[in-house]
Write a new protein. Structure first.
Length: 429
């Protein structure tokens, strides 16, 4: 489909780079754009003259859609639709994002989150139609369809149903995270803005290895991660095992942040972000080739989002270093030192400095506890020794006539389990 990009800003020059990328991600071919710097017109978003110019441009280019990088109210959408050619639709920024989400949703959880976001977007419009129709005793609302008071309640009921189902999915995922911790796995999450290179970096960090564990602990483990130069490649979560010798680590790639999202849209995808909030370590991936002001703004927004509920350490990863020279990199590091005081600099595409990132991950993960246990020699003792070998790092095992001494380190939860298993081996048990 062909589209015209439109954007209004209060002052200054309108930047259309991101909305163009979003349009491309949704499958649109951008054939023109029109911008304006002025206060928003309550009826058209653009001023009257600029709206007429937009309509003429759409007609001349044969555009099938006009995509506004602004949030449009239903009244504005209706008025713009009256000016545009009959076969040209009006889409605002958030409708476009929901369209992309709908295209990328593959799992039940992702599909529910898209449906929830769409309903939350529609709800205030339904409420407006209800309010105005009651006030004016009018059967319709600005040509947007027949007034149906039950639609507002239907939306609220659907939102409640989806939230209940998402809560059940979240409980299942939380139980899975707890079992993974108990099994000795550290959880690392990739976060950052869309198109920062998270999926490409994941392919460098993770190994195509099976995890030989119970299926209900790892049913979501993926062998590959998509890596494409487009926005929102990852909508749900992709989990793979990391290629680390020192620790058993699972790495999760999540939906990318995008600028200027309304609160209701962020809330709709809250359960996806739980993979970040509940991680042992967060890697905040940044595209270092972007202008430094853009990077600074994205870091501030990312920190606000992550520190709201996250207690894990956050490591900033300056990615795509292959796209900048040394002097530009040094300037950007200095300018961003307050927000990213000790970043890791990598190229996910070329695999540059991945070993340094591995070392940093191991260094930032929660400390393991060291323990020495004396196990009585019983028929089940060797299975406990084998289990400790699987879950931690064993330094020494000494076999006596009546007992076994094992010196090891592991996650605190694994140490607690080992103590319990040792207690169950006692002759008195």
């Amino acid at each position: 489909m062909t589209a015209i990009i439109a954007k209004r800003v209060d002052t200054g020059t309108a930047d259309t780079a991101e909305i163009r990328e979003l349009a491309h991600a949704a499958g649109y071919d951008v054939v023109g754009e029109l911008t304006q710097s002025r206060r928003a017109d309550p009826g058209l978003q653009f001023g009257e003259g600029k709206a007429d110019e937009l309509a003429a441009l759409a007609a001349r280019e044969g555009a099938e859609a006009v995509i506004f990088d602004n949030r449009l109210g239903p009244y504005q959408m209706y008025n713009l639709g009256q000016k545009l050619p009959e076969d040209c639709t009006v889409i605002d920024r958030f409708t476009l994002i929901l369209e992309i989400f709908g295209q990328r949703a593959q799992t039940r959880k992702a599909q529910l989150q898209v449906e929830l976001a769409e309903l939350r977007y529609e709800l205030p419009r339904a409420e407006a139609k209800t309010s105005l129709a009651k006030r004016d005793e009018h059967p319709g609302f600005m040509g947007l369809g027949e007034y149906d008071e039950s639609r507002e309640q239907d939306i609220k009921d659907q939102i409640s149903r989806i939230r209940d189902e998402l809560s059940r999915i979240e409980r299942t995922e939380e139980n899975r995270r707890e079992r993974r911790h108990e099994a000795g796995f550290d959880l690392v999450a990739l976060a950052g803005y869309t198109n920062a290179g998270k999926s490409t970096l994941m392919r460098q960090l993770a190994a195509d290895l099976d995890v030989d564990e119970n299926e209900d602990i790892h049913p979501d483990l993926d062998q590959t991660a998509e890596s494409e130069d487009r926005l929102f490649t990852t909508l749900g979560t992709t989990t793979r095992r990391m290629d680390l010798d020192a620790r058993d680590v699972l790495l999760t790639d999540t939906v990318g942040f995008v600028s200027d999202l309304p609160h209701w849209l962020v809330e709709s995808f809250k359960s996806t972000l739980d993979s970040v909030y509940r991680a042992d370590l967060v890697l905040l991936v940044v595209d270092v080739s972007e202008p430094v002001d853009d990077i600074r703004e994205k870091l501030v927004t990312s920190h606000d989002t992550l520190y709201e509920r996250n207690e894990a350490p956050i490591v900033t990863v300056l990615n795509k270093v292959d796209k900048v020279d040394e002097s530009e990199l040094a300037e950007k590091q200095a300018a961003l030192s307050a927000l990213a005081p000790n970043p890791v600099i990598v190229s996910g595409r070329d695999g540059l400095h991945i070993d340094e990132l591995h070392e940093r991950i191991v260094g930032e993960l929660p400390d393991w506890e060291r323990e020495r246990l004396v196990l009585p020699m019983t028929d089940d003792t060797m299975s406990v020794v084998s289990w400790i070998h699987d879950q931690g790092n064993v330094f020494e095992v000494n076999y006596g006539d009546e007992d076994v001494l094992i010196d090891f380190e592991a996650r605190p939860s694994v140490v607690q389990q080992a103590r319990s298993k040792a207690g169950e081996l006692s002759p008195a048990a």
